[in-house]
Ligand binder design. Structure first.
Ligand code: OKP
Ligand code: ZN
Length: 344
């Protein structure tokens, strides 16, 4: 018994990391923060930081290019009109963001791209570029390739960028265009499999929560900074437990911004007990490293060692895919490597 367990867990030779070069194309320069323009933190460099750290780590991992996909996969969870809007971004667009968000019914539907941006985004801090669609599609393809890989391996990794967990069915926001983890979960559901999503990004995954709020086929658990004082503000309280068939299958654990490793691991351990009780066919991790103490836009009091422990706790699961969300400090590479070491 012990031996077969060891063999199952000895995946360092075969673990695949999926990533498509198109994901690097979307590279806005600035973000509107409310008190001025700041350099955009969700940079293509994030992927390079991770790849460089993996290379330096001597872990034997295979970087694979995912199969290309088309607009039908994002349409599994997103509305046709949202996906079509992104697909038709003007090719000469440099960088744009909505200057007005549509919050009540429109009496005029504008014909210009800029005029329409406010219909499809919920915040003005998600700049869009000519490459946003291509990169977002690449990001989805990585998530789907990683989940497909679970048919032959126990664990897989998708270096998703742009991230996805804030994107709702009909709106982008929070640097997200397509909800990578939700599209993967929806596809698994359609294959008859149940899914747990554990979201450990610093921010609550409002998009993922809302997409599966009324279903019992996807369990959503999130540990995140208290939305009372943190983005995305309007979702993420403990009261949000799901509705209709989904009642009881949505679990939010808001935490203090000052949260350190011991408290974090305690909540993580509770979350993992919930995952085990639900006993899904597949576990997807919305993996954010913006809980790292040096993160430039967020940060809890977690150091690299916490990600090793996280990996160790997650190594109990048999079909698990790591889907990248946020994390904006150069050291996310080291954090990622520690997570993988813990998982093995
Ligand atoms: C995306 B992911 C902070 C402003 C927050 C948007 C954050 C999106 C985070 N000063 N702006 O969840 O890491
Ligand atoms: Zn985040």
């Amino acid at each position: 018994m012990k031996i077969s367990y060891t063999i199952v867990r000895c995946f360092t030779q075969e673990m695949k990391i999926f990533f498509d070069e198109n994901q690097l194309l979307h590279a806005p320069k600035h973000e509107f923060t409310g008190n001025g323009l700041k350099p955009y933190p969700e940079r293509p460099d994030r992927i390079n930081w991770i790849l460089e750290a993996i290379e330096a780590s001597k872990l034997e991992l295979e970087i694979s290019k995912p199969e290309p996909i088309d607009s039908s996969q994002p349409k599994l969870v997103h509305t046709d009109e949202y996906v079509n809007f992104l697909q038709k971004i003007p090719r000469d667009l440099k960088e744009d963001a909505p200057t007005m968000l549509l919050v009540s019914e429109a009496r005029n539907l504008p014909s210009t791209f800029h005029g329409n941006l406010g219909r499809f985004f919920f915040d003005p801090a998600t700049p869009i570029t000519a490459s946003a669609y291509t990169s977002a599609l690449g990001s989805v393809s990585s998530a789907l390739a990683a989940t497909k890989d679970l048919e032959s391996n126990n664990i897989s990794v998708a270096l998703c960028r742009p991230p996805g967990h804030h994107a709702t069915r009909s709106h982008g926001g929070g640097y997200c265009f397509f909800n990578n983890v939700a599209i993967a979960a929806e596809l698994l559901n359609r294959q008859g499999k149940t899914v747990s999503i554990l979201d450990v990004d610093f921010h609550h995954g409002n998009g993922t929560q809302e997409i599966f709020y009324t279903t019992d086929k996807v369990q959503y658990i999130s540990i995140h900074a208290d939305p009372d004082s943190n983005y995305p503000f309007f979702w993420g309280s403990m009261k949000e437990i799901g509705s209709e068939n989904g009642r009881g299958f949505n679990l939010n654990f808001p935490i203090e911004n000052t949260c350190g490793e011991d408290d974090y691991i305690e909540i993580l351990t509770k979350s993992i007990a919930e995952l085990k009780e639900y006993n899904a066919d597949v576990v997807l991790i919305s993996m954010g490293f913006d809980t790292y103490y040096l993160d430039p836009i967020a940060g809890l009091n977690l150091d690299v060692g916490a990600y090793n422990k996280m990996g160790e706790l997650l190594s109990d699961f048999n079909h698990i895919a790591i889907i990248l969300e946020g994390g904006y400090h150069q050291n996310i590479g080291k954090c990622f490597v520690e997570l993988l070491r813990g998982l093995s």
